[in-house]
Design a protein. Structure first.
Length: 124
């Protein structure tokens, strides 16, 4: 035993009324602790009830939003696969060749139109 415990035991033997006071003080402290934990328990029970009520509402909102997101995701996946299929069909080389031919056709057309607007000074 520690020295403080031994001193307490000696004091209790000498002063019987002190023993009762000591026990009463300890009892009061214990009752205060019990009251404190009762309050905490009541608060947690109230929070638990609120939580149980709010969970079904939250889950309903999440499931509705989740369903919308799943539908949007599906639409985006379909759109993406369609674009990938188009890209495979045309191929990047085909696009470049097509653009080059359109560019040369437009340049030829511009040259012809320019010649029509102002005749060449070399032609009489």
């Amino acid at each position: 035993m520690s020295e403080s415990t031994l001193n307490l035991v000696r004091w209790m033997r000498v002063d019987p009324d002190g023993r009762y006071r000591y026990t009463a003080e300890r009892l009061q402290k214990t009752e205060n602790v019990v009251e404190k934990y009762k309050k905490k328990l009541e608060e947690s029970a109230g929070l638990r009830r609120e939580f149980k009520v709010s969970i079904p509402i939250s889950l309903a909102l999440v499931s509705a939003d989740g369903q919308k997101l799943e539908e949007e995701n599906l639409a985006l996946i379909e759109s993406n696969s369609a674009l990938e299929a188009d890209l495979k069909k045309t191929g990047s080389k085909g696009i470049v060749e097509n653009t080059k031919s359109q560019l040369s056709a437009l340049e030829k057309q511009i040259t012809e139109q320019t010649n029509e607007v102002r005749p060449s000074p070399y032609i009489s």
